[in-house]
Structure formats: C-alpha cells, structure tokens
Design a protein. Structure first.
Lengths: 250, 510
C-alpha cells in the first residue's frame, strides 16, 4: 500500500481553458512532500492510464514557507505545497489551484491583487531616504514581541482563499485579512504611526475592513499562525475611532 | 563595507524591520560562527526574510509613486552587447506569454543570487540557478573564485531541498553532539551527559559550537565518515537546544524551530534536531572591481551573492545580508554615473543590435522546443546535482574532480539531446528550466575546474592532499574567462595592504 502515491491534479492549459483532472501514480519514498510529487511528474509526465502529458505548472521558490509562492489547494485545503507531507495526507492527493485568484496555468495563479492592495494601504514605513540618518526610533521589547509575529506574513494568500467575503480580485473587492494585519503592523511602528490615518482611510473604502463578516477562517488557514482576527478587531477599532473623530470634528 | 554596516542596520531599523530589542529599547545583538562577540543584530530567527520584506515594501512604495517600474515574471536570457562590446540592454522572456523581448538600458545591475541548483539540493531557493551569471560569463563577463562554495554545517536533510537550520541556534547556545558509542540507538534524551561527545567543544575549546562554518562542516564529516559516529550509522548529528529555556527558544528562535517541527513532525524543544551539512553560499561570482561593482563588460554591474568580492574563500554568518545591501547601494550609484557619462545612450543604438540578440534567443528557444531527443531535463539536473555534491563540496580530491569534469562534459552532450515534454507556448516552465540547465552545466565546469587548479586548502576549499593554506602560491583570486567556448583560468593578486594574513586558529584554549 505504501509503495505508491496517487496524485490527482486539476489542470488548465491557460486562463481561458477549461479545467480537467489527470491522475498520476508515483513511487513512494520517505519524507515526500507535494513538491517532490510534482517534480516526479515532471521527470516522467505520464498519467496513470499511460497517456503522455506535460509537466504540471506551479509556482515555488524557497520551499520552506518564506516566499509564499507555492500556495495551492491540497485535498481541498489552502496550504503551502512545500510543507504538505505525503505521509500525512489522505490518498489520492488532490491538487487544485487556489480558486480566488485567476489561474495562469495548472496550479500557478496570479496573486497580483494582494500586492496592489498592499500599495493601496501604503504597507511600508515612509522613510525620508536611504542615506545615513542615524538610529531608528527606540522600541519597547514588548512592542517588538507583539509586532514580530505580524511581520512574518508571507503574502501566500491562504487567508484570502478561505474567506467567504473575498469574492473577486478587482479594486473594491474585500482585501482580506493579510492586508489588514499589515496595516496593524505598520501602525504599531513609531514612524509608521505618524501615517496611521492614511492607512485606516484606505481600509474605510469599499473592500476595506468593514467587509469582514467574522467567519474566522483566515486565522486557521495561516501557515505562520499570525493572529489575524486580533488584527482585524484592532484595525476595526482604529477605523471606528477615526470615523467618530472625523464626525465629531466635522 | 564594514564601516558602512552600522549605518545599514540603522537604515533597515528605520524601514521597520522588527529587530529584537534590549530592555532599554535598543537593538539586541547575538553571536554567530567565527565570532567571539555579540555583534549581529537580529529579528527573531528570520532576519534575512525580514530584511527582504522591508526592502520589498520600499520598492512597492517607489512603485506606487511612479518612480520604479517592475517587470515581474520575466526571466533574463542574455545581455545586448553592441559591436564595441558595450552593454546596451538585456534580452528577457515573459514567463507567461513566452515572448522574448529586449529592454534598452544604459546600465544594468545584476542581483541574481547564488548557484545552489547546480548542486541539486542546497539551502538555496529554486530560482538560485546561476543561469544569469553563466549566460553573462559566456558573453564575456569574467567569473571569479568559482571554487569557493560554502557548505553550511547544519541543515535539515530533505529530498527536495536541504533546509537551513540557522547558526542562530548555536548563537543562542545550541550544542552539537553524537553518542560516544557508535550505533547507539537509545533516544537522545536518555543518553547521559558523560556518554555524549560534544566534539566541537572538545576539539575547539575557544570557539566551541561557534567555529566558522567550514571547520564545523569538516568536523561533522569527520565524525560521520571517519569516526563512524553518525546517528544510528546515518549521515546526521544532533543539534541540541533542549537545554535552553523554552521562553528563550520561543522568543529568539521560533521561526527556525517551527520549520523543523513542520517538516519533520518532531518538536526540537523536546528532542535534539538531526542535522547534516549542505551547500549554502556562493562566495565566488561575477568579477567586479573594488571601486564601483563594475564587471569586466562596460555597462554591466553586479551586487550581492552573484558577485565575488566580499567573502574571499569563506563567509561569516550574517555578512551576506550586509554585503548585498552595501554592494547594491554602491552599484546603484555607479550605474547612474555610468549612464550619465555615456556619450551615446542605449536609445541611440541602432535597433539591429537589439533585433539580432532577440532573434538569436528566439532561435535557441525554438530549437529546444522543436528538437526530438531522448533525454529528460529533470534527470540531467539530478545527475548534475549528485556529481557536484559528491565531488565538489566539502572534500576535494583531484582525481574525483577529474571524474566530475568528464561527467559534466557528458551531461553537456546529453543536454543537446533533450526532449522537452512540454511544447506549449504559454507559461512553459519546462522550456525555462531547460534554458537554465544549459547555463548551469557551464557554470558547474567553472566551479570544478577552479577547484581542480587550486592545489591548497583555503577557507571552504579543502583538499586533503594539500591540507595547508599556501599563501606563497595561492594567495590570489581565480578569474575565469570564456574564450571561444573554453574556460580559461587567470589569477590576480589579493589586496592585503590593510591586514596581513595570519593563520586561522580556533583550537586555542578559552
């Protein structure tokens, strides 16, 4: 039984193409992950019923959950292919592209929506320049310890994939938990805090923090255990405060 | 670089990198291999990732301000050189449409990283193939010190990649050991202290577990292959952090411990980790001058791991991060100066210069896609990796290097007969990897031939037949040139006007 690994891949030749399934039988080896399965297929691209096919397209880079590029659906669950260990998966292993992002080919998708959203909310510290301006602001270890987990976001998109509120990738669609959490991170930084209201304003537009319907799927799907729901609550609070102040001051 | 380093750390801190803090709110520092002092600022155990993201955020900011335009999803194929051998732009391929196009440029800066993929499995990312460096080498950019390849002592073995277990684990007090008795199968925790062999601490009392990477790597190889003390007879030793307080582990090392737990299903806070050395860093790279990161081809600059200049025969922990940022800063300013001083800009160059390069690259793609052969690129890549890892990493023996070199020539021949199992013209990753593999095979030869020639041991380059560093004959930089399809090695002196070399000693008493 353990001698083989059965993998079913949902394929699509182009963004316009219709999806279809192919099944592969691979030789089992110790410590296999989904990436190794895809490489094995590339070395011998023949389906279970002996039909010659093409290697499967997919994105990957660091293979250790830092780059965020190999996110896909493994047995229906949004996760990183590199850390999906074959021995812990039910067979046949079903691989599908994430459904919330446009498919490029096979398992490779276009995650540009997230990066555009990061631009919209100004997810950065606006430094004056790269010349030597001396030390950065001091920061309490407590603040660093709170901010550090948020800074580990790898923009994989898993939290968008599992969110029922994320319905499209156009401006005005819900930006998703990752983006909101980044706003919280930059608003925590002493320099970033100087521009907090700009970020909050961006999240008060259509597709912003108010679109969250509290399904709480995001926090369970995050490979980095980022406290995403806490971030959403905190940013929501900041948005309310800003709205109230705006209303009071007029 | 060393003088600029504190300013670079301050800059990154200002960019919002979440460096660990002292109680006073200042940056905290830790030790790394080869150092006796706490001098490395860190952000948990994911410092490199944090720096990368902070810089990425700044680029995104410039992008949103309209100051930078990114062409993501393109891969570099070749430089566009005019008849005078001056770089006038690049030729690149859109990885979705597979369209080949040229970009005119007055100056080009390469930041294409290490060459890990040449060794099959390494701690590097998938894109670190060295393909760009190799393509440029074949167009006249000299390649220096190819033979200096760093093997990191502690990585988690894996079939797709060897995941780095950062030196920070030892910087925070992690200890490396094996059971004194060969083939001891007891669980690590039940082995009493006096039956454990802390070989690094015993052999190198002054630095202990924090000896430089080459020393630690060879010590682990000696334990496994000569003393036959590898864990259960396998190629692995323990890296133990179980004696450290859980709170410290979670605060300072969580990122890397979590990776171990995720990929092996064992909690390293409870059980010692099993690790083994892995190819990690490319000290060599494109030759650049000391003033402004310019390569040997006018208009081409290089910065970061893809160039050779900062780390000699061996790199110290965390220095790669500072060298790539420093080199990038120097190269950026130099490229701007170069562009300003050009008599004739790239836009004034006849379009035929660009057209002929594009056509050449299109023809190469077409040939690869349409040819019928019986070789598979994944199989050739696997054999390349096995050959390089076996003969051209930790221990180098001339006879074996010769075997490896003939194997590389054989693979090069077989590469000409590859049959791409994907011939489509949309998002064809197979074609892209085939292009990279062709380049990897050339660069692998540069590494191997350089190692063969250097009959001494220096830094990460170790030859048991020539165990000593030979400053009289080999205190020099290897500079490889590509002449009519052949690799030619030249040598140039190393500037030692600032510091006179002295023997490296790590075994002195504390």
């Amino acid at each position: 039984m353990k001698q083989q690994v059965i993998v079913k891949v949902k394929r699509q030749v182009s963004p316009q193409g219709s999806p279809y399934w192919e099944e592969f039988v691979l030789k089992w080896r110790p410590a296999m992950n989904v990436i190794i399965c895809l490489r094995d297929i590339a070395e011998n691209p023949v389906t279970r019923d002996g039909k010659k096919t093409t290697p499967v397209s997919y994105d990957s880079n660091c293979l250790e959950e830092v780059c965020g590029s190999c996110a896909m659906l493994v047995n229906g669950k949004a996760r990183m292919a590199c850390s999906a260990l074959v021995d812990k998966l039910e067979q046949p292993i079903r691989l599908e592209p994430m459904s919330k992002f446009p498919v490029i080919r096979d398992l490779a998708v276009d995650r540009q929506f997230m990066f555009e959203s990061l631009k919209r909310v100004k997810a950065w510290i606006p430094i004056d320049g790269t010349y030597d301006l001396g030390e950065g602001p001091r920061m309490a270890p407590e603040t660093q310890e709170k901010a550090y987990p948020l800074s580990r976001c790898i923009s994989c998109g898993n939290c968008l994939e599992v969110c029922p509120q994320v319905t499209g990738t156009e401006r005005g669609d819900f930006v998703g938990a990752a983006i909101i959490s980044q706003v919280r991170l930059f608003n925590m930084h002493p320099t970033g805090a100087m521009h907090a209201s700009e970020r909050i304003s961006a999240l008060m537009e259509p597709g912003g923090v108010q679109d969250c319907a509290n399904a709480q799927n995001c926090v369970k799907a995050c490979p980095k255990d980022i406290p995403l729901t806490e971030s959403i609550a905190e940013v929501n609070r900041q948005a309310w405060k800003q709205a109230m102040l705006g209303w009071l001051i007029g | 670089m060393c003088e600029a380093a504190p300013g670079i750390i301050d800059l990154l801190d200002r960019m919002g990198v979440m460096f660990n803090r002292t109680p006073e709110g200042l940056l905290d520092y830790r030790r790394f291999g080869g150092t006796l002092y706490h001098r490395t600022a860190f952000a948990g155990a994911t410092t490199g990732q944090q720096l990368l993201y902070a810089l990425d955020e700044q680029v995104r900011r410039h992008e949103s301000e309209g100051k930078v335009r990114k062409y993501e999803g393109f891969t570099f194929l070749s430089a566009v050189l005019d008849d005078g051998g001056v770089c006038r732009g690049i030729c690149a391929m859109d990885l979705r449409t597979m369209e080949v196009r040229t970009f005119a440029a007055d100056a080009v800066i390469f930041c294409t990283g290490g060459i890990g993929a040449i060794f099959g499995r390494s701690t590097n990312s998938v894109v670190c193939t060295g393909s760009a460096q190799s393509a440029l080498f074949q167009q006249g950019v000299d390649y220096a010190n190819g033979e200096f390849i760093q093997v990191h002592p502690t990585a988690i073995p894996g079939e797709d990649k060897l995941r780095l277990m950062s030196e920070s684990a030892r910087g925070e007090g992690g200890r490396v050991w094996v059971p004194k008795k060969a083939g001891d199968t007891r669980p690590a925790k039940s082995i009493p202290e006096n039956e454990r062999f802390y070989f690094l601490e015993e052999w190198y009392p002054k630095y202990g577990n924090l000896v430089p990477r080459d020393i630690a790597t060879r010590a682990i190889h000696r334990i496994v292959y000569q003393e036959r003390l590898g864990l259960s007879g396998q190629a692995a030793v323990y890296l133990d952090v179980t004696h450290l307080p859980r709170e410290t582990l979670d605060r300072k090392l969580e990122g890397i411990l979590e990776i171990y737990e995720k990929f092996l299903g064992v909690d390293p806070r409870e059980e010692p980790m099993k690790v083994f050395p892995a190819m990690h860093y490319t000290m060599g790279g494109m030759w650049v001058n000391a003033e402004d990161q310019a390569t040997s081809v006018p208009g081409i600059y290089a910065a970061g791991e893809c160039e050779y200049q900062y780390h000699g025969a061996n790199r110290l922990g965390a220095n790669s991060l500072v060298s790539c940022i420093f080199g990038g800063g120097v190269a950026g300013q130099a490229a701007a100066r170069h562009a300003k001083n050009l008599e004739k800009g790239a836009n004034a160059v006849e379009s035929s210069v660009f057209d002929r390069e594009r056509q050449k690259q299109e023809a190469l793609n077409q040939a690869l896609i349409s040819q019928d052969g019986n070789e598979n690129i994944m199989a050739i890549w696997r054999e390349l990796g096995e050959t390089m890892t076996e003969h051209v990493t930790v221990t180098r023996i001339n006879k074996n290097l010769e075997t490896a070199y003939s194997k590389l020539l054989e693979l090069d021949q077989r590469f000409r007969k590859v049959n791409l199992s994907d011939r489509s013209e949309w998002s064809n990753q197979t074609l892209n990897f085939a292009r990279e593999l062709g380049n990897m095979l050339v660069l692998a030869r540069v590494v191997t031939i350089g190692a063969h020639a250097r009959n001494e041991s220096r830094g990460a380059h170790y030859k048991p037949d020539f165990p000593e560093r030979d400053d009289a004959n080999w205190l020099k930089t290897t500079r490889a040139k590509w002449i009519n399809g052949e690799i030619q090695l030249n040598y140039e002196a190393v500037d030692i006007s600032q510091i006179t070399p002295r023997p490296r000693r790590y075994d002195a008493a504390k």
